[in-house]
Design a protein around this ligand. Sequence first.
Ligand code: KG4
Ligand code: ZN
Length: 350
Amino acid sequence: MSLITPSLITLGIESSCDETGIALYQMGRGLLAHALYTQVAMHNEYGGVVPELASRDHVRRVIPLIRQVIRKADVSLAQINAIAYTQGPGLGGALLVGASVANALAYALDIPTIGIHHLEGHLLSPLLSDPAPEFPFVALLVSGGHTQLMRVDGVGQYTLLGETLDDAAGEAFDKSAKLLGLSYPGGPLLAKLAASGRPGVYKLPRPMQHSGDLDFSFSGLKTAVLTLVKQNSNDNQKISDEQTRADIACAVQEAIVDVLAHKAHAALEQTGLNQLVVAGGVGANQLLRSRLTEGVSKRGGKVFYPDLEFCTDNGAMIAFAGALRLAQQQGKKDYHFNVKPRWNLAEIVY
Ligand code: KG4
Ligand code: ZN
């Protein structure tokens, strides 16, 4: 017997890292409402995410945010047909908050739940925008924890083309930003600083750009940035000249974007596809966007981005991926759950 009706309303809960994201998605109508609470300010003073603080804050935020979204969408709890939550990968304690709230609430409402892979949420998030890409497409997933190129042939049909061997692109942005004295998360701040930098003043390595495969490596870049920062620092280990900081930020952004764009083009070449989808927090980077759009349209292809608010972590992508999965009858009403802090996308078994 089907657990699902065609106009089902799915509640989505994202709590894998430092953002609590809640959304309601209805098949046939789209996103009804969504809300996000970011813990960035709380983690800022520690220079990175403190897992225990993250879990505790999710506990504080998740129920009020669910109430807020239900009010905004003008639906009652009884109208919700299913609950999707991020099952992994991410911080164990943080994931447990979303998973336990999802399963407890679903048990009380007698509706199915489904655990979603966080990266599948990112991968499918461009389908929330208009115009949306059509399957098959190449996806460039660039977040704080992941850098992957995937071939996507349909919901659940993902082939890994290449990935980072060490740091993720977002991590490369964040670590370089930290070396430049910027706060966490440094990606957007580094991009802002780079805007007043002069391209070409400093030249940083493009690791693995010409490796002939679709893999990435960013740890060498971090070491090169460290050397550059040291060379330009005063006795207090700080770069006092603002223009120099901006020039270095510009060089970092150029190097990361160059490698990502080069490999994304190579992936299109290799697969013979002409649609590229960019997902994950680094997809908010304007230089990356313009570089990819320009290059891909030159070869007659098209690039799709999620709306900016859905590039970084959010509940909408989890509600949406959940709705698609539930439409394939993959929800369960047994309320046994576990979380998967480490979870390879290729291992998705529903
Ligand atoms: O997808 P996301 O929100 O969280 C993860 O699942 O990791 O990605 C966060 C990452 C951070 O490393 C952040 O610095 C980076 O995305 N990021 C950016 C920009 N906006 C966010 N990096 C470069 N330029 C941006 N504009
Ligand atoms: Zn993410």
